[in-house]
Structure formats: C-alpha cells, structure tokens
Ligand binder design. Structure first.
Ligand SMILES: [Zn+2]
Ligand SMILES: [Zn+2]
Length: 138
C-alpha cells in the first residue's frame, strides 16, 4: 500500500499500488506544480481510497477537457479521475511512501521549459503518448 497526503495533511488517501510514473512538461503542469515539470503516478481506480479530507477538494477547470483539483486549505495539487477513466492520476509529490516504481517516460516535451534539460534516455513524446490523450495541453 502507498499513502499520500497534501501539505496541510487534511487530505489523505491510499492506493494498493502505483502502476507507473510519468513526467509531464506541458506549460499548465509547470504552473500548477511551480516546477520544471509535473510527475504523476497512475493507480487503478479499484485500489484507490480517500482516508480523509475529500470535502477539502476544490477543482479548477484548466481547460474544456481537464480540471485541476487542489486542497482548499493548503493549495496542494490533488489526485484526479473522471467517470470513464480506469485510473486515478496522482501528483507524485503527494506520496508519503516509496511507490516502488520510477518515472518511465516524458510527455509534452515539445513545450518544456527552456531552462530545463532532460538528462535521461527515457522515451519522450512531443505531446501526449499517441492514442492516450489530447495532443493539446489541457
Ligand atoms: Zn491541504
Ligand atoms: Zn501537463
């Protein structure tokens, strides 16, 4: 089991397992994370549970197709899913335990920060993984 929480600790969740980690370099993830890129953990819906603070989750609609949930007390980015998704997408910085997997790819490297160099050989995609999501930032 892998536990996660927001900065203030009001929001807590746990997942049975993290399936993969990926880095998104799009400009929206950069802003939302305040960092060179956002690292996200994917977990199957069936293994995800809120432990506390679900009532603190607020959502910002960042585009027509995407929302960016955050804790209304401390502002931390929070896990997100949609009714027809198979997984939760979890900002990896929230994880309190080692998820046991390491980042395996980069997406939206076509819009990465000019001041950040990717220094590994992981697969990288200019936009989304073909067939897995929208090609425009969302
Ligand atoms: Zn919080
Ligand atoms: Zn992104």
């Amino acid at each position: 089991m892998v536990r996660g929480s927001c900065l203030c600790g009001g929001v807590r969740f746990e997942v049975d397992a993290i399936e993969l980690l990926s880095n998104c370099h799009c400009s929206m993830c950069r802003k939302v994370h305040g960092a060179a890129y956002g690292t996200f953990a994917n977990a199957y819906k069936t293994g995800f549970r809120w432990v506390s603070g679900e009532d603190l989750v607020q959502s910002y609609q960042s585009s027509k197709h995407n929302t960016r949930p955050f804790c209304r007390v401390c502002g931390s980015n929070l896990p997100k899913t949609r009714p027809d998704d198979e997984t939760w997408v979890i900002p990896a910085g929230l994880l309190d335990d080692d998820p046991g997997v390491r980042p395996c790819l980069h997406i939206f490297t076509g819009s990465k920060a000019p001041w950040h160099e990717i220094d590994d050989d992981l697969p990288s995609f200019d936009t989304h993984i073909p067939g897995y999501g929208p090609e425009e930032e969302a």
